[in-house]
Unconditional design. Sequence first.
Length: 427
Amino acid sequence: MQIHVVRQGESIYSIAQAYNISANQIISSNVLQAPNELVIGQALVIPITGRYHWVQPGETLSSIGRMFGVAPQEIADANNLSIDEPLKEGLRLYIPPSPKRYAQFNAYVEPRGTTVSENLEQESRIAAPYLTYLSPFSYRVLRDGKLKAPLLDDFPAIASNSGAVLVMVVTNLENDGFSGDLASQILNNEDLQNVLFDQITETARKIGFRDIHFDFENLKAGDRNAYTSFLKRAKARFSKEGWQVSIALAPKTSAGQKGSWYEGHDYKAQGAAVDWVLIMTYEWGYSGGPAQAVSPIGPVRRVLTYAISEIPSRKVMMGQNLYGYDWTLPFVKGSVAKAVSPQQAIAIARQYKVDIKYDYTAQAPFFRYTDEDGQQHEVWFEDARSIQAKFNLVKELDLRGVSYWKLGLSFPQNWLLLQDNFNVTKL
């Protein structure tokens, strides 16, 4: 699979000709809404076997092989080169496909309001073949230990038909915020926990959940050990049913990290208590903050490097956003950026005739535009390049896989690249 970045003067037809495939193959793969109006800087996935690489100064077959996870001799053979032959700058090399390893993938799906939209169900059907787990968000714990259910509609059938494990996500959400007080009440009262565990067991048996996933956030620092004990009790209870237990943890870089979102989470102890862990490595750029990449590669790497120092790497899933944000400039505290899909971001750049740029430090695309009212905007989102950088990190750190927040915002390139990089584990 090739990633091609559109340059000045290129058309869908000239790009197709360069790779000896049809324009329709590129249009279909990328779900291009306006194939005759490509945006300069737009990343396209080219559906070919293997990829091409243009030699940069100082590169060797060995360094290129390490970059793509392919043996140098394979590259030499594919291009009729001697293994010791110096490479000329600008030489186009064909890189054979690298071996794929198995990995697990989870995606949250969050119905809002009183009905599940057709778009949300359709996006779930598109994604489900690439998922190990499908996670409707969420069952809310009430103060009496009982549960308030989310809208499920066809999600159990979608998971079943694609061989994905249906995950029961349990949260301490209350009044649309994560409540430390609610969590504390549950975590320090075994009688309430017994009510909750009974409710979970009854629901999971009835609907067919096979993984119980706790997303307890904004915990009090004093409840850190209580949460660990709670997870141990949950694991002992639900393992008897043959179910996994998993958790979501805030993105920390040290055990003693301060802040209400971090102090209640103990990577080592809580990671040891469950089957797998999702690290929420996104929202550096968030709707209520200033414009920046949502999941810049540097901070993501630092969090995950710390995580695997405390938790076995094959227990750890990297969190990945499937969206970006459109911020109004200048940023004013209290303002809220609009969430956009990668497809929507490209459409905005096309509408306002601006080029897409790429921040190689953050490994994320962005652009600025001025709307009809003269207001400036800055958009950061995800594209094929940024997602490939994250897949490379998953392989480098030998992680369990990737967990997506959240389905509903279209990003077809992600699923193409996922399939190109990994074999999806189905349990």
